[in-house]
Design a protein around this ligand. Structure first.
Ligand code: KIV
Ligand code: NA
Length: 266
């Protein structure tokens, strides 16, 4: 299977919905890759893997290390890496330095950047210099200290208009796709109609051109469960049960059994 490309993703606007999941490690990437069009090395790894309180402390080094692992574990999906907080907001030049480092060190195809009108110069600067950019509007978790939490966005008319303007600005600046997170359904519908690149929803309704979830959330592995997460499995329960069974067998000496022991030479 040949790896998909950014232009191929862009052409999927209005077609069969795009499938995206997060991946942070090589084995998860290997397992998810055949089923996905895009793998996102999300800065959500700060909370999910490192137990940090938000994505704000995540560093470029963390994103590069996990991004390289995910590229090594995949050969079909387009791999996109989140630009962490503080690595792009200051200027287009800062954004290019961070993004080019991520692409060089990982082999990923593109980066994702939170923000709307204010980040349009960054999106344009990178897109015109060979770095495909995925936008991210609506609920933008890196702005948690401004937003005061992770509630749905766009409930007031003014906020809805601002999110729409953000999406159009990022699309006009050359984004190849836009994540629309945590918005009421009419906004997702409106944005998806308004922009010429695919929208990828998370907590944004089936009207989008694709969907993304944090893999650990949909696998039932992470304790936090926002309303928009559907649990497709209960890996937390299965891992606990396996650990419990192992502990019991160690304690009653039924593990290791004859099949797990090396025979002596003769
Ligand atoms: O970091 C992340 O996992 C994300 C997705 C949830 C869109 O940005
Ligand atoms: Na993210």
């Amino acid at each position: 299977m040949k790896r998909l490309t950014v232009p191929a993703i862009r052409r999927r606007k209005g077609g069969t919905p795009l499938v995206m999941l997060t991946a942070y490690t090589v084995r998860t990437a290997q397992l998810l890759d055949p089923h996905c069009d895009l793998l996102l090395v999300g800065d959500s790894l700060g909370q999910v893997i490192y137990g940090l309180p938000s994505t704000v402390p995540v560093t470029l080094e963390m994103m590069a290390a996990h991004g390289a692992a995910v590229v090594r574990g995949s050969y079909h999906a387009v791999v996109v890496i989140d630009m962490p907080f503080g690595s792009y907001e200051q200027s287009p030049e800062q954004a290019f330095a961070s993004a080019s480092r991520l692409l060089k060190e990982t082999g990923a195809a593109g980066v994702k950047m939170e923000g709307g009108e204010a980040m349009a110069p960054q999106v344009r600067f990178l897109s015109e210099r060979g770095v495909p950019v995925m936008g991210h509007v609506g609920l933008t978790p890196q702005a948690v200290n401004m937003l005061g939490g992770y509630g749905a966005r766009g409930r007031s008319e003014a906020e809805a208009a601002k999110i729409g303007a953000d999406a159009r600005a990022v699309a006009d600046a050359g984004a190849f796709a836009i994540v629309v997170e945590g918005v009421v359904e009419p906004i997702a519908v409106e944005i998806t109609r308004a922009v010429d690149c695919p929208t990828i929803g998370i907590g944004a309704s089936a009207a989008c051109d694709g969907q993304v979830l944090v893999a650990e959330d949909m696998l039932g592995l992470f304790e936090r469960t926002p309303r928009f997460v559907k649990r497709f499995d209960d890996l937390a329960g299965r891992i606990s049960a396996a650990a419990e069974a192992y502990a019991a067998e160690v304690r009653d000496r039924s593990f290791p059994g004859p099949e797990q022991i090396y025979a002596s030479k003769a």
